[in-house]
Design a protein around this ligand. Structure first.
Ligand code: BTN
Length: 263
C-alpha cells in the first residue's frame, strides 16, 4: 500500500496534490475522477495501489498490477478553452521526463503521450475532459508509471519496461509521485500563462524521442511516412512527408510509429 504521509512530506506544491485521495483498489483513477471529480477541488490527486480496469489511450486497457507501479490522476479545473486541454498531455510528459532525467533515467518522450527508455514504454498518459456549453468542468490527467514490474504479459513483452527492468534500481513510488506532482505544478503554471507550450518547448524538444526521426503516421485517412521535424507550441507534430509536404499532425487524430521499431 502507498504511504500517503510519505508523499505529503515530499510535496512542495501550493495546490497540486494538497488534496490527496488514495485507494487500495479502484477500477481506474481516471474513471473515478470522471464520476466524482465535481466533488473535489482543483489539483486533487487520486491514487490507487491497483486498478481493476486501468484505461489506456484509444480504448485500450492499461496493465495495473498491485504494489509495483504508479496509477495517479490529477483533477484540474482551469479557466481556459476546452480545445487547449489535450496540450496538458504534453505538459505532463515534459514533467515526468524531466523528473526521470533528474534521477538518472534516460527517459524520452514519444509524442504525444508515452515515455520510453531504450525504445520500450515506461510511462503512459491519458488526458480526459468533462466539458459542457459553459466550458471545462474538469480535465483529468492520468499517469501510469511502471516502477517495480519484473515481467510483463506476453503481448507487452517486447514493448514495455519498468524502472527496475531498465535500471536495475528500486525506486520509491511515493517519492516519484511527489516529484512528478511538484514538477507538474511548475510546468502547468508556465503553460497557463499562454495556454500553450511556448515556455516548455525548448526542453520538450530535447526530451523528445520522436523529433528528428523517421516516422510512420497511422492516419485513419491513410498511412504515410516522413521525417518528424519538430513539435510546435500548440503541441502539433510537424512531419515532412516523403513527398515534401509539411503536415501538422494533431495528437488524438493518429498514432505514430518509428520506422525502425516502436519509437
Ligand atoms: C496510454 O495508453 O499510454 C495511457 C495509459 C494511462 C494509464 C494511466 S494509469 C492512471 C490513470 N488511470 C487509468 O485508468 N489510466 C491512467
Amino acid at each position: 500500500m502507498l504511504s500517503v504521509d510519505k508523499i505529503e512530506n515530499l510535496l512542495e506544491t501550493k495546490t497540486m496534490g494538497r488534496n490527496l485521495v488514495s485507494f487500495e483498489e479502484l477500477d481506474s483513477t481516471n474513471t473515478f475522477c470522471r464520476i466524482h471529480g465535481q466533488e473535489y477541488p482543483d489539483g486533487t490527486l487520486v491514487l490507487a495501489d491497483n486498478q481493476t480496469a486501468g484505461k489506456g489511450s484509444r480504448g485500450r486497457s492499461w496493465e495495473s498490477p498491485a504494489g509495483v507501479s504508479i496509477y495517479m490522476s490529477l483533477i484540474l479545473k482551469p479557466d481556459m478553452q476546452p480545445v487547449y486541454a489535450p496540450r496538458l498531455t504534453l505538459v505532463m510528459a515534459h514533467s515526468v521526463a524531466r523528473v526521470l532525467r533528474s534521477l538518472g533515467v534516460k527517459a524520452e518522450i514519444k509524442w504525444p503521450n508515452d515515455l520510453v527508455v531504450d525504445g520500450r514504454k515506461l510511462v503512459g498518459i491519458l488526458t480526459e475532459m468533462n466539458a459542457d456549453g459553459q466550458g471545462i468542468q474538469q480535465v483529468i490527467v492520468g499517469i501510469g508509471i511502471n516502477v517495480l514490474t519484473r515481467e510483463f504479459p506476453e503481448e507487452l513483452h517486447h514493448r514495455a519496461t519498468s524502472l527496475l527492468m531498465a535500471t536495475g534500481k528500486t525506486f520509491s513510488r511515493e517519492e516519484l509521485i511527489a516529484l512528478v506532482t511538484n514538477a507538474f505544478e511548475e510546468d502547468y503554471g508556465k503553460f497557463l500563462e499562454t495556454c500553450d507550450l511556448s515556455q516548455l518547448l525548448e526542453q520538450y524538444i530535447q526530451l523528445s524521442a520522436t523529433v528528428g526521426k523517421e516516422v510512420r503516421i497511422l492516419d485513419p485517412a491513410g498511412e504515410y511516412t516522413g521525417y518528424a521535424e519538430t513539435v510546435d507550441e500548440t503541441g502539433q507534430l510537424l512531419v515532412r512527408r516523403d513527398d515534401g509536404q509539411l503536415v501538422k499532425v494533431l495528437a488524438d487524430e493518429v498514432s505514430v510509429r518509428g520506422i525502425y521499431g516502436y519509437v
